[in-house]
Design a protein around this ligand. Structure first.
Ligand SMILES: [Fe+2]
Length: 459
C-alpha cells in the first residue's frame, strides 16, 4: 500500500473502527452467552490455518498480485463456529507473518473480520446450521454456504477496491491494474478456496482438526505449481528490463523513456477501455518499442548534426530491427505490431511501411501518442523538458496528420483527470557526455514532432 490520501486515511479509519466495534461486540456476546467456541480447538486450529494461508499468499505473476487462500479457513469457521468465530479467525490477519506495516495489517485484519462476519450472517439468514455438519445436513447446507461464500467474496473485494480507488494515482494505478488484470482469476480462486471451507467443515466430522491438514496439502502443491509459472514470468520481465537497459545505455539521453512510454501507453489503453490482457500487452510494447535501436550504430543515435540519407535510413529501420529482436518472445503477440509500426503516421507519411489511418494497428497508434508525449516532456540533449501544456498543444496540432485524433483526445482527457504522474515526466537534465559542447548540440529527435530529424545530401 503506497502513501495514502486524506480520503484513504478516513476510509481506513472507518473500516478499522467498524471491525474493532464488531470484534468487541462478538467477544462480549460470546462471554455473556456462555458460548464455548472462544476456548475451542476449532477456533485455534482455524486461526492457525488462516495465518498459515495468509502468511504465504500465492503469487499470480512475478512481482505482481498475490492472493491468499485464507478464505478457506474463514468459511470453515462460518460453518463450525458461526459469524462471531469467523470474524475472530479473519482478524488474525493482523498478526500474520506476511510482510507489511501496521497500517496494512490493520486494514487487512479489519477487512477479513468484516467480510467473515457478513458471510456468517448470510449463512444463518438462509438457514445454515452452526456446528460440525453431520451427513444428514447435506445437501440442505449447500445453498446457505454458497450464499456465505458469495457474500464473503463481495464484501472482501468491495472493501479492497474502495481502498484502491482512494489511493493516489501513482501507487493505485499500478496495483489497480494488476488486480484488474487478474480480477476474474481472483474471484474464481476466492470462490474455490471458499468451497474448501465447506470441505474442511465436512471432514471435521470424520477426522477432526486433521481436516485442515488434509486440505492444506493439495493447496500447497497447487501453490508450488503456480510459483513455477510466476518464476518463468519473472525471467521474461528481467529479460525485457535488460533489453531496455541496453537501449538506454546506447542512447544516453533517452534513459527512462521506455518505462514512461510504457506507462503512458497503459494509461491511454485504459482510458479507451481496452481489456486487461491487452493493457498488459501494450505495457510490454511500450517498454520494448525502441529495442530496435540496438541495431542502429551508436554514433548515428548520438549524432548531433544533420544525418546523411544512409544514417536516416538506419534510424528508420529501428522498428523492423526491433521486431527481429523480440519476435521469438511468444507472449508478446499483439505487442509486436506496436513495436513494428510505432512510427507510422495517420497521413501515411510515417515509416517503415507508410501505413495510413486504420491500416496502422491500434497498439502502434497508442504508442505513437505516448512516445511523442514523453519525448516532449523529457529533457533532451538540445533542450529542457517542455511543459505538459505545450506537449498537449503539439499533440492537438498534429492530431489527424501524425496521430489518431480519437487517441489524442482520450490521452488529453486522461491527463485532465490527473491520471498522469507529472513527476514521472521531466527528468533532471542529464550530465554532459564527453565532447558534448553546446555548439554541437542540434535540435533533432526521431520521437519529437517539434524537432524532426534533419538530413543532408548523401555522401
Ligand atoms: Fe522509435
Amino acid at each position: 500500500m503506497s502513501r495514502l490520501t486524506r480520503a484513504a486515511w478516513l476510509y481506513m479509519a472507518v473500516v478499522v473502527t467498524a471491525a474493532v466495534l464488531l470484534l468487541a461486540h462478538v467477544l462480549v456476546q460470546a462471554m455473556a452467552g456462555g458460548q464455548d467456541y472462544l476456548l475451542s480447538r476449532a477456533l485455534l486450529v482455524l486461526a492457525v490455518l488462516f495465518m498459515i494461508c495468509d502468511s504465504s499468499p500465492t503469487t499470480l505473476t512475478s512481482r505482481q498480485s498475490a492472493w491468499s487462500p485464507s478464505s478457506a479457513a474463514t468459511l470453515a469457521a462460518v460453518v463450525l463456529l458461526g459469524p462471531g468465530g469467523a470474524a475472530l479467525v479473519g482478524a488474525t490477519s493482523l498478526i500474520s507473518l506476511r510482510r507489511g506495516g501496521l497500517r496494512e495489517r490493520a486494514f487487512n485484519g479489519a477487512m477479513y473480520a468484516l467480510s467473515a462476519y457478513a458471510s456468517g450472517e448470510a449463512y444463518l439468514a438462509l438457514g445454515g446450521h452452526i456446528g460440525v455438519p453431520r451427513p444428514g445436513l447435506f445437501p440442505g447446507i449447500i445453498l446457505p454456504f454458497a450464499a456465505a461464500a458469495a457474500v464473503h467474496v463481495a464484501v472482501n473485494h468491495g472493501l479492497l477496491w474502495s481502498m484502491l480507488l482512494l489511493l493516489p494515482p501513482s501507487g493505485a494505478s499500478l496495483q489497480r491494474g494488476r488486480l484488474d488484470l487478474h480480477l476474474s482469476l481472483l474471484l474464481v480462486s476466492d470462490l474455490g478456496y471458499a468451497t474448501l471451507g465447506l470441505l474442511i467443515a465436512a471432514l471435521w466430522h470424520l477426522v477432526g482438526p486433521f481436516a485442515a491438514v488434509l486440505v492444506l496439502i493439495p493447496l500447497f502443491v497447487a501453490r508450488w505449481a503456480m510459483g513455477q509459472f510466476a518464476a518463468q514470468e519473472g525471467a521474461y520481465s528481467a529479460t525485457m528490463a535488460a533489453l531496455c537497459q541496453a537501449v538506454e545505455t546506447k542512447d544516453f539521453y533517452t534513459r527512462g523513456h521506455s518505462e514512461r512510454v510504457s506507462r503512458g501507453a497503459t494509461l491511454l489503453a485504459r482510458q479507451i477501455g481496452m481489456g486487461a490482457e491487452r493493457v498488459e500487452a501494450i505495457r510490454y510494447a511500450g517498454m520494448l518499442h525502441d529495442v530496435g535501436k540496438l541495431g542502429v550504430p551508436t554514433k548515428v543515435l548520438q549524432k548531433t548534426g544533420p544525418l546523411t540519407e544512409e544514417e536516416l535510413a538506419a534510424i528508420q529501420l529501428h522498428p523492423m530491427r526491433g521486431l527481429e529482436i523480440v519476435r521469438q518472445i511468444g507472449f508478446l503477440t499483439e505487442a509486436l505490431d506496436g513495436i513494428m509500426h510505432h512510427h507510422e503516421r495517420m497521413d501515411g507519411k510515417g515509416y517503415p511501411m507508410g501505413l495510413a489511418g486504420d491500416e496502422i494497428p491500434e497498439f502502434a497508434r497508442v504508442i505513437a501518442v505516448a512516445d511523442a508525449f514523453d519525448s516532449m516532456t523529457s529533457t533532451r540533449s538540445y533542450r529542457g523538458a517542455r511543459s505538459v501544456g505545450e506537449a498537449v498543444a503539439e499533440l492537438r496540432k498534429c492530431s489527424g496528420m501524425q496521430f489518431d485524433p480519437v487517441l489524442v483526445d482520450a490521452f488529453i482527457a486522461a491527463l485532465a483527470q490527473g491520471r498522469w504522474d507529472s513527476q514521472a515526466a521531466g527528468q533532471p537534465p542529464p550530465a554532459a557526455l564527453p565532447g558534448d559542447f553546446p555548439a554541437q548540440v542540434a535540435a533533432q529527435d526521431h520521437d519529437d514532432p517539434t524537432a524532426p530529424l534533419r538530413v543532408v545530401e548523401s555522401r
